[in-house]
Design a protein around this ligand. Structure first.
Ligand code: NI
Ligand code: MN
Length: 226
C-alpha cells in the first residue's frame, strides 16, 4: 500500500483499488500538496471536526460520493449536509471492503466550525492488513500503549509533533515509545507559526530511544508499506 502525506494531518492510503483519505484539510492549508479537486477517495476518515481536519470533507465527499466516518455528533452534522456517513463513538469499529477503522481516545477539545460539540478521536486503521494508528490531535497519555498493544503490532504510527495544540516533539518521543510502531511518521507541524517543529531532530531522538524507524515526509511525498 501507498501512504501519501498531504499536509497537516492529512494522509491518503491507497492500494490502486481503494483510496482512504484522512483529515482532508487542503484548500485552506498553505502547505497542502494538492487541492480538494485532486483527490478521489472512496472513504474519508475524520479524527475530529476542527477546521484543520474537517477541511474540505463536504466538498470532496459530495463530488466523489465517498463514505465519511466521524464520531457520532460530527457524523450527524455531516449527514444533515447530505453526506453518506458512518457514526461510531469511541471504541466503535466500522468495516469496509478494504478493512476497518476503530475510533480510539484522544485528549483534545473539539467543536465543528458550525458549532457541534463532540470528542476528538484517534483512528486505528486496518487497510488491507496494514495497521496504521493515526493518533489524531492529542496530548501525551499512557493509554496510547493500551490501544496500540492490544492487537496486532502497529505498522505505521502517524504522530503529531507541533506542540501548542497537540503534544510537542519531546512528548511525541514518549508517544512513539508507548505505541511501538515499526514506522513513525510525524505530522501536524510547520503548517502555521505556533506549531513549527524540527522533524529531523524528532527522527534522531526517536531512533535513539526506540526500535522504530522515523520517516519524515514533506507534503506530497509517499511512503510505500510492503
Ligand atoms: Ni484540533
Ligand atoms: Mn489540529
Amino acid at each position: 500500500m501507498e501512504l501519501r502525506f498531504l499536509g497537516q494531518s492529512c494522509f491518503e492510503l491507497s492500494d490502486g483499488r481503494h483510496n482512504v483519505l484522512i483529515d482532508p484539510f487542503l484548500s485552506q492549508n498553505p502547505k497542502a500538496a494538492v487541492g480538494p479537486d485532486e483527490v478521489s477517495p472512496t472513504t474519508i476518515l475524520l479524527t475530529h471536526g476542527h477546521a484543520d481536519h474537517l477541511g474540505d470533507t463536504v466538498d470532496i465527499a459530495k463530488r466523489t460520493g465517498a463514505t465519511t466516518v466521524a464520531v457520532v455528533e460530527l457524523a450527524h452534522e455531516l449527514g444533515e449536509e447530505g453526506l453518506d456517513v458512518r457514526d461510531p463513538n469511541l471504541g466503535g469499529t466500522v468495516k469496509f471492503d478494504w478493512g476497518w477503522v476503530k475510533l480510539t481516545p484522544a485528549w483534545h477539545t473539539a467543536v465543528s466550525p458550525k458549532g457541534t460539540p463532540h470528542v476528538a478521536a484517534g483512528l486505528l486503521v486496518n487497510f488491507g492488513g496494514t495497521l496504521i494508528y493515526h493518533l489524531g490531535d492529542t496530548a501525551l497519555f499512557s493509554d496510547l500503549a493500551l490501544v496500540a498493544k492490544r492487537g496486532d503490532p502497529v505498522d505505521v504510527a502517524l504522530v503529531p509533533i507541533g506542540g501548542h495544540y497537540t503534544m510537542d516533539r519531546w512528548d511525541a518521543i514518549t508517544a512513539a515509545e508507548l505505541v511501538g510502531a515499526k514506522t513513525v511518521i510525524p505530522c501536524h507541524y510547520d503548517t502555521f507559526p505556533p506549531i513549527e517543529s524540527d522533524a529531523q531532530a524528532f527522527k534522531a531522538d526517536v531512533e535513539a530511544a526506540t526500535n522504530s524507524d522515523v520517516v519524515v515526509l514533506a507534503p506530497g511525498e509517499t511512503h510505500s508499506v510492503a
